[in-house]
Design a protein around this ligand. Structure first.
Ligand SMILES: *Cc1c(COP(=O)(O)O)cnc(C)c1O
Length: 369
């Protein structure tokens, strides 16, 4: 039996009647951009995260970009972030005109090594963007301390971490602002692109809302130049239904992770994910390290077992950032991780039988070495 990396159809079929009814309401209303469904979703997410303001935008990438702009990041500034993330983290920084400054990772959690952040802060630094990678929060105590010391806003990239907690606080509730992505494969996924900015700061929320709607208010008067990054009502309708299931799905992901951990405990060559102290990890991805990763990937693929590499190249090595010499940055941990990591299927609907197949395929690879 093949095991996919993700089975969104299984999830849809579990809640099809509710989703279809919510989408049908949008068609009946013929209000497709913004409106009551979008406002309802913003309220529901803000309440869920216990943060005052939520502004729905077109994607997680835009949520990051607009948060950075609203936080006052301008061309020529520098923004400190992790070198081990999805490209959008750095892309959003670069699209403000600022320079992403990359920091190596903690090899246990794959998150930014907070102990190395201070050395990368200069007088041009305008923000810090920690990424809560794979569903686990970065070392926020340390990062918030530095942010306070240097008076820098923290913009959390929480695209992979909705529902994750750090010492009792939700991801998104710790920085000046946070970016969520509702890309279909995320823990809370829409029916297309969607994102949200979360903030406790009313001015910040207002600025993001303005930037996401051409920088103007409703009277065709524009103080600033913004963009079109509003949320579709269909996305909001789907996401509002799914939000009610998010905690259950995240718990299932955690149970699936525990299942793998137990099985892999018998295989010393496999390094399983480490949950940092005080973290409630929501396993957007379950990422192991193992020898001969590229061979393993091929072997699993041949057996119909889904797997993926997040990420095969650290951001500081990307060609597009060579113009300012980022490739000369010393990030040995991220470079090593990029060669060893393998993400295994962890979606909520996966069965124990399917997980056993994944484990057997990994064991087969190890036995053949
Ligand atoms: C998915 C993701 C984004 C971007 O979100 P989109 O909705 O795809 O634009 C940003 N950062 C991280 C870490 C992500 O995983």
């Amino acid at each position: 039996m093949p095991v996919p990396m993700l089975d969104l159809r299984a999830q849809y079929h579990g809640i099809k009647a509710e989703i279809d009814a919510a989408v049908a309401e949008v068609f009946e209303s013929q209000g497709f951009v913004g409106g009551p469904k979008v406002e309802g979703l913003e309220d529901a997410i803000a309440r869920y995260l216990k943060v005052e303001h939520a502004v729905a935008v077109g994607s997680g990438t835009d949520a990051l970009w607009l948060s950075l702009k609203a936080a006052g990041v301008h061309p020529g500034d520098e923004v400190v972030t992790s070198t081990f993330s999805f490209f959008a983290t750095a892309g959003a920084i670069a699209n403000t005109g600022a320079t992403p400054v990359f920091v190596d990772i903690d090899p246990d959690t794959f998150n930014i090594d907070a102990a190395q952040v201070e050395a990368r802060i200069t007088k041009r630094t305008r923000a810090i963007v920690p990424v809560h990678l794979f569903g686990q929060c970065a070392d926020m105590d340390h990062i918030l301390e530095l942010a306070a010391k240097y008076d820098l806003p923290v913009i959390e990239d929480a695209a992979q971490a909705i529902g994750a907690q750090y010492k009792g606080r939700f991801a998104c509730a710790m920085g000046r602002a946070a970016a969520l992505s509702f890309y279909p494969t995320k823990n809370l996924g829409g029916a297309g692109d969607a994102g949200m900015v979360i903030t406790r700061d009313a001015n910040m929320a207002q600025d993001v809302r303005m930037l996401s709607n051409h920088g103007g208010d409703s009277t065709h008067h524009h103080k600033i130049v913004g963009t079109n990054s509003r949320l579709d009502a269909i996305q909001a309708a789907v996401l509002r239904v799914k939000l009610e299931y998010l905690d259950t799905w995240n718990e299932q992901r955690r149970a699936n992770a525990a299942f793998y951990n137990e099985r892999f405990a018998e295989m010393p060559q496999v390094t399983t994910p480490v949950e940092g102290k005080g973290n409630y990890h929501v396993y957007h991805q379950y990422v192991i390290r193992l020898p001969q990763r590229d061979v393993a990937r091929k072997v699993l693929g041949q057996q119909g077992v889904g797997c993926a590499v997040f990420y095969p190249m650290p951001l500081h090595q990307q060609k597009c950032f060579r113009y300012y010499g980022s490739h000369k940055t010393h990030c040995p941990q991220a470079t090593q991780a990029s060669q060893e990591v393998l993400a295994l299927p962890i979606y909520p609907e996966i069965t124990c039988e399917q997980q056993d197949e994944v484990v057997a395929a990994v064991k087969g690879h190890l036995d053949s070495l």
